[in-house]
Design a protein around this ligand. Structure first.
Ligand code: PLP
Length: 395
């Protein structure tokens, strides 16, 4: 008989994916240029040319036996050393290759990190609004996701609630800065306060509390801001990264977990990740992709379109009277909906071929997420359509 647990999950399929599928069906009916799809966070800029050059060179020069051979279970040393060097140079850290584990994107990075530092029944604390896929990533390990509600006063974290909810049962705190869906980038003050709170609670309870820092949008920050590196603030940090957004390689499935060398059992963590891989059927990314990314770890695609688009959509939303926070990074924006029922508003918008994601699955009501990774020209036309919708329905 088919497993009932997974069967039940079918009815909780990702809302974002369902909206994207509806938009896709609509594109087939009326043409892509007439559908304004703000649903998926799928990079719309080509991958960095240096990555393609690296792949071509590897195919031309490397022994095919080596290029297509099995990766060691802890990953290829070229990749692990390149990531360690890059993080050390950029953020003043002291990783070695023994602290870096290549994963199939941030998804697998989080799946490994959670399993490494929790046991079934432990809690992982995160903060609303949060990426809805955290629930299956975490619950699949037997741990429990506990969500600190969003701060009502526009603060980045409700520290009173976090203080109450960070109980003895919490083994890890999962953060995401820059944040999907709100585009919020933690300030040094927020990060410092969170690190202090976690250190204080860990000392009080007499056990480690790990920070799992999900950073797929690390490179997409606006206004020339510096990237903050959470592991600098807290020793017991597992940094989960993905090259999906920075290099526009979502289909290649490559990311990593980096273990802060000052973390408890830091030198054991990567071998433990390899054992976790065995139990969940994960394999390191393909050898050729690890080798190519190792050569371009400091590169990004041309990410400038995201900031250009953010300014356009932010200004348009403000002009239309939406209550909205200006994102500090990512390619998402998270305005309040004019109706308290976000689903109702997003359903109305669909009549205008505007595909917006209601906020409920992100753990807050009354908002919607717009992903603006699209050609600027398409975004301009989408804004035109949004204006028609708002004028006709909310005039
Ligand atoms: N975490 C966040 C916040 C994301 O937005 C995503 C993907 O959109 C992921 C993790 C998963 O990243 P990947 O596709 O690289 O596994």
């Amino acid at each position: 008989m088919i497993n009932e647990h997974y069967k039940a999950m079918l009815s909780e399929k990702s809302v974002i994916r369902q909206i994207a599928e509806t938009a896709s069906a609509r594109r087939a009916e009326i043409g892509a240029e007439n559908v304004f799809d703000f649903s998926l966070g799928n990079p719309n800029v080509p991958c960095a040319p240096a990555f393609t050059d690296a792949m071509v060179d590897l195919y031309e020069t490397r022994d095919p036996y080596e290029l297509h051979g099995y990766s060691p279970s802890v990953g290829l040393v070229e990749f692990r050393a390149a990531v360690a060097d890059s993080l050390n140079r950029r953020f003043g850290m002291d990783y070695t290759e023994n602290h870096v584990f290549p994963t199939s994107g941030a998804t697998a990075a989080i799946a490994h990190a959670v399993r490494a530092v929790t046991k079934p029944g432990d809690e992982v604390l995160t903060f609303a609004p949060y990426f809805p896929e955290y629930r299956p990533y975490i619950e699949g390990s037997g741990a429990k996701l506990t969500v600190v509600p969003a701060a009502a006063d526009g603060a980045q974290i409700d520290f009173d609630a976090a203080e109450r909810m960070l109980t003895d049962r919490v083994a890890a705190v999962l953060i995401n800065t820059p944040n999907n869906p709100a585009g919020v980038v933690y300030t040094a003050r927020t990060m410092g306060r969170l690190a202090d709170l976690m250190a204080r609670k860990a000392a009080q309870y007499g056990h480690d509390i790990f920070l799992i820092s999900d950073e797929p949008y690390r490179e997409i920050v606006f206004d020339g801001a510096d990237q903050l590196f959470p592991a600098k603030y807290y020793d017991n940090t597992l940094t989960c990264y993905s090259f999906s957004k920075s290099l526009s390689l979502p289909g290649e499935r490559i990311g990593y977990v980096a273990v802060n060398p000052r973390a408890t059992d830091a030198d054991l963590m990567v071998p433990v990740f390899a054992q976790i891989s065995r139990t969940i059927g994960h394999n390191c990314p393909s050898s050729s992709i690890q080798l190519a990314v190792a050569r371009v770890v400091d590169e990004t695609s041309d990410l400038s379109v995201y900031e250009r688009n953010m300014n356009l959509i932010y200004d348009a939303l403000v002009e239309l009277g939406f209550e909205v926070e200006r994102p500090g990074g990512t390619f998402y924006i998270f305005p309040r909906t004019p109706t308290e029922d976000a689903l109702e508003f997003c359903t109305q918008a669909m009549e205008y071929d505007l595909f917006l994601v209601p906020s409920d699955s992100f753990g807050v009501g009354g908002h919607m997420r717009l992903s603006y990774c699209m050609e600027t020209e398409q975004l301009e036309r989408a804004i035109g359509r949004l204006k028609v919708f708002m004028h006709e329905r909310y005039g």
